[in-house]
Ligand binder design. Structure first.
Ligand SMILES: [Zn+2]
Length: 215
């Protein structure tokens, strides 16, 4: 991919970071974003400890699938290994977003999954949103647990931490992050009022079929 196109993706990553910040999906320098360069062994990833609204184009790093820095002077995000793990397991994934959104993290802290209780959830995410077993931030254990619990879906909760969402491109990965937070909020509200009812099983299966088709 030409330098000009790579710079365009870097700008999109910067914009996505600002959107995450302004939508309250993260605070400070928490969370991270990556995009795989299609057909290449190169991944663009946000730097560690740089605020989203101060991130500049040269702050975005280029790493290979072993995590080696190919371009950039910053340190890549500590969760780069988790992002790489997803790309290795999922050839269909083009972008990964990791956030610490409030309602998502609240449910993840209970070690609870988000069941298929709302229309739009299954066709977009792929089914029940699982929760990955706890792993320390930045650890290989967290990366392995996240990739395993994510499976073939587009989102996974990270116990006591946040979420990881993916998609075929950055727009989808970011929208999935926003959707999961919204769904998490609705799940909490409906759990306060009673027990949220799952969608009928045939609807879940139908929506899973739509998800497979769109992937
Ligand atoms: Zn995190």
């Amino acid at each position: 991919m030409a330098e000009k196109e790579i710079n365009k993706i870097k700008m999109e990553i910067i914009e996505a970071g600002k959107r995450m910040l302004h939508k309250d999906l993260v605070i400070g320098t928490a969370g991270n974003i990556s995009v795989r360069i299609s057909g290449e062994d190169r991944i663009l990833v946000t730097p560690s400890h740089v605020e989203y609204d101060k991130t500049e184009i040269d702050d975005i790093l280029v790493v290979d699938s072993e995590g080696n820095v190919l371009e950039g002077d910053r340190n890549p995000s500590i969760e780069t290994g988790m992002h790489i793990g997803v790309y290795k397991a999922r050839p269909d994934v083009g972008a990964v977003v990791h956030s610490h959104a409030i309602c998502t993290s609240a449910i993840a802290s209970l070690g609870k999954t988000i069941p298929p209780f709302l229309d739009g959830l299954v066709s977009t995410i792929g089914g029940e949103i699982e929760v990955a077993e706890y792993g320390m931030p930045g650890s290989e254990e967290l990366a392995e647990n996240a990739v395993r619990a994510l499976g073939e879906k587009n989102a996974v909760l990270l116990a006591n931490h946040g979420s990881l969402c993916c998609g075929k491109n950055l727009k989808d990965a970011l929208e999935n992050t926003e959707l999961v937070e919204r769904v998490a909020q609705i799940f909490i509200f409906s759990s306060i009022l009673g027990k949220p009812r799952n969608l009928p099983q045939e609807v879940v299966e139908l929506q899973q079929g739509i998800f497979e088709m769109m992937r």
